[in-house]
Design a protein around this ligand. Structure first.
Ligand code: AN0
Ligand code: CP
Length: 317
């Protein structure tokens, strides 16, 4: 059996096709593994807000018979220090070194949400917070979105594509769309990771200046003309991200890259996907998100089974 010792990246999956099939099985047989989680506890720490990740992961754990502890750590916990050797005279009251070991004694799986700061690219791409928890925790760590990745979302997305794809090699377009606030690259990065492992015709489209980390997009087709990219697409996966090169900056705010009904007409009757939360009529027109081709609600349903298959693999390891 494929072991899973942590889940902080798509690269922690040994066989993507097997895990997708297993998630589909869990969707039909939701309570089949209840005994697996008996007397096991997951602790979920949130440094940032969440709706879907929090509730779907809690539900996944409950479906497996686990106990769940949730803490909004940035509001309710002590401010944490992450620097080795720090002289802790400032706001941080506790070092991650103790915190991670302490929490590990209370749980069997430790799940963490920690967004990119979007000011220091090195800190973010070194995954300062997640790496420290992985280093000091003595139980398996699961990412609920970290600075540079959202692997539970990306697993959800390939499960959803598998469910809805009509042909063996669909054309999938990851399209940047506008947003008033600076957002992380995490969702896009993990989506690229998972597309690279899939039998798909994959294209990324974004304005100049929004190139993702080339270590991640290496080998992937980039098309700067959004309308051209949309031609013959079977799935339009939309996400905003802030600039990687001009790190954390919002370079464009006009609506020229918004996903509209008119642009969707260029596609092969494509399905519309977005991880949510989404700003209506900024990222996507009402007419698209409310159309029959919109998969956003189905995607959020699949969050449960993506989390459940990951927790199952970890409990079995
Ligand atoms: C976050 C992001 O873009 O990473 C979370 C998405 C799941 N989005 C917002 O903060 C709006
Ligand atoms: N898609 C997603 O992760 O949503 P939340 O931020 O609400 O958890």
């Amino acid at each position: 059996m494929n072991k899973m010792k942590k889940y902080t990246s798509i690269s922690d999956i040994t066989s993507l096709s097997t895990i997708i099939d297993e998630a589909m099985y869990l969707k039909k047989n939701t309570f089949a593994f209840q005994p697996l989680g008996k007397n096991k506890t997951i602790a979920m720490l949130f440094f940032n807000p969440s709706l879907r990740t929090r509730l779907s992961t809690q539900k996944a754990a409950m479906n497996l018979g686990m106990q769940v502890m949730i803490m909004n750590i940035s509001n309710d916990g002590w401010v944490l220090e992450f620097e080795d050797g720090a002289v802790m005279k400032n706001s941080a009251a506790e070092h991650v070194k103790e915190a991670a070991q302490v929490i590990s004694q209370y749980c069997d799986v430790l799940a963490i949400r920690t967004f990119a700061g979007l000011t220091d690219r090195k800190d973010d791409y070194n995954e300062k917070v997640m790496t420290a928890f992985v280093k000091y925790a003595t139980v398996p760590v699961v990412s609920l979105e970290s600075a540079t990745g959202h692997p539970l979302q990306a697993l959800t997305d390939v499960i959803t594509i598998k469910e809805y794809q009509k042909m063996s090699k669909p054309k999938i377009v990851l399209s940047w769309a506008p947003h008033p606030k600076a957002l992380p690259q995490a969702v896009a990065n993990s989506f690229v990771d998972v597309m690279k492992l899939s039998e798909v015709d994959f294209v990324i489209t974004h304005p100049k200046g929004y190139e993702l980390n080339t270590e991640i997009t290496n080998g992937v087709t980039i098309e700067y003309n959004q309308e051209k990219a949309f031609e013959n697409a079977d799935f339009i996966y939309t996400k905003n991200w802030s600039s990687f090169t001009d790190y954390g900056k919002v370079l464009i705010t006009d609506n020229s890259w918004m996903i509209t009904e008119k642009k969707m007409q260029l596609t092969n009757n494509a399905k519309f996907m977005h991880c949510l939360p989404v700003r209506r009529n900024v990222v996507v027109e009402d007419a698209v998100i409310d159309s029959e081709n919109s998969l956003v609600i189905e995607q959020s349903n699949n969050r449960t089974f993506a989390a459940q298959v990951v927790l199952k693999k970890i409990l079995e390891s």
